[in-house]
Ligand binder design. Structure first.
Ligand code: ADP
Ligand code: MG
Length: 334
């Protein structure tokens, strides 16, 4: 069963950036206002995330890495109305099956922090001969999760990874996008031992401030906001899109649906089409798009490996976003 669990976990957690995405979402769900990330060897040797959220209670520490353990679902009906990112209780379990995980955490009402080490979903002694339970230690309120030696036990998965600099680039992309979408939260991401962070945003930033801090003031000063609610279609959008003066060689699309970073072929295609009228051939825009869709209309149960999301009345929703974008782009170029 351990091998089966490892293979299943390797399907959910395909690369360090996937693992980090789940860890960031957990930190956000815990109400954090600061999230600091530290990486070594593209996340394979070390992936560490420290937050100042509400922490994990001592009595939950034994089970947080077991499959289907979640504090975010109290009754079945909640499934249709999920406000938080998590609901499956699979992320930590999966990570602990393909890495050595150490969690140090403190809740507000606990006099001290506790630290515990996990392997294959279970508490293990940090060192041979020591006991496996959570150990009291010093620490401030919040949670630090350290995943070491990712995929050490899944050589086939490790072979599919790119170079550590390419994996680090994917990590930087994920952190950057979450830092923009959650612009009130202060994010840092750095390589282990580095003095300077590669991503750094201030707390209480606006979305445009965060874009400026990450991608530079050039892009940020050119952005047009598109904010609109479509009540009959049960969705609303908030977007910042570049105007016809800004272009890059690669499309920069940051897409969040119900606060989860996703990909959508139909939205990417739509954006390519509308900008092809405004930008020189072979150049692309910058688009940050956040959609909030009635959860009933989104396939939230989609398998975690499928990054592409599907939603009800997709053509109508994408068409409405297209109309709103085109109208703003037209009036901006007048
Ligand atoms: P899910 O997010 O779907 O509930 P996870 O496997 O991602 O499942 O996390 C399991 C549980 O561990 C969460 O429900 C939460 O109670 C706890 N947890 C994980 N990370 C954190 C964190 N950074 N701060 C507080 N609690 C956390
Ligand atoms: Mg989660």
């Amino acid at each position: 069963p351990t091998v089966v669990n490892r293979i299943a976990a390797g399907e959910i957690i395909q690369r360090p950036a996937n693992a980090l995405k789940e860890l960031i979402e957990n930190s956000l769900d815990a109400g954090s206002t600061r999230i600091d990330i530290c990486v070594s060897d593209g996340g394979c040797k070390l992936l560490q995330i420290k937050d100042n959220g509400h922490g994990i209670r001592l009595e939950d520490m034994e089970i947080v890495c077991e499959r289907f353990t979640t504090s975010k679902l109290s009754k079945f009906e909640d499934l249709s109305d999920i406000a938080t990112h998590g609901f499956r209780g699979e992320a930590l379990a999966s990570i602990s099956h393909v890495a050595n995980v150490t969690i140090t955490t403190k809740t507000a009402d606990s006099p001290c922090a506790f630290s515990a080490t996990y392997s294959d979903g279970k508490l293990v002694p940090p060192r041979p001969g020591q006991s496996a339970g959570p150990r009291p230690c010093s620490g401030t309120e919040g949670t630090q999760i350290t995943a070491e030696d990712l995929f050490y036990n899944v050589p086939t998965r490790k072979k599919t990874l790119k170079s550590s600099s390419a994996e680090y680039k994917l990590i930087i992309d994920v952190v950057s996008q979450y830092a923009i979408h959650n612009s009130s939260v202060a994010f840092t991401c750095r390589k282990q031992g580095a003095v300077n962070a590669d991503v750094q945003t201030a707390s209480d930033s606006s979305v445009v401030d965060a874009i400026s801090q990450i991608y530079g003031s050039n892009i940020a000063s050119e952005l047009i906001q598109v904010e609109q609610a479509f009540e009959s279609q049960e969705f609303k959008m908030n977007a910042y899109i570049s105007n016809a003066n800004y272009n890059t060689k690669k499309m920069n699309l940051l897409l969040f649906i119900n606060h989860r970073l996703v990909e959508s072929k139909s939205i990417a295609q739509m954006i390519k089409e509308i900008y092809s009228e405004h930008l020189p051939i072979g150049t692309y825009p910058f688009v940050y798009l956040s959609l909030e869709i009635n959860p009933r209309n989104v396939d939230v149960n989609i398998h975690p490996t499928k990054k592409s999301v599907r939603f009800l009345n997709e053509d109508r929703v994408v068409g409405s976003v297209r109309d709103a974008f085109e109208e703003k782009l037209k009036s901006a170029s007048l």
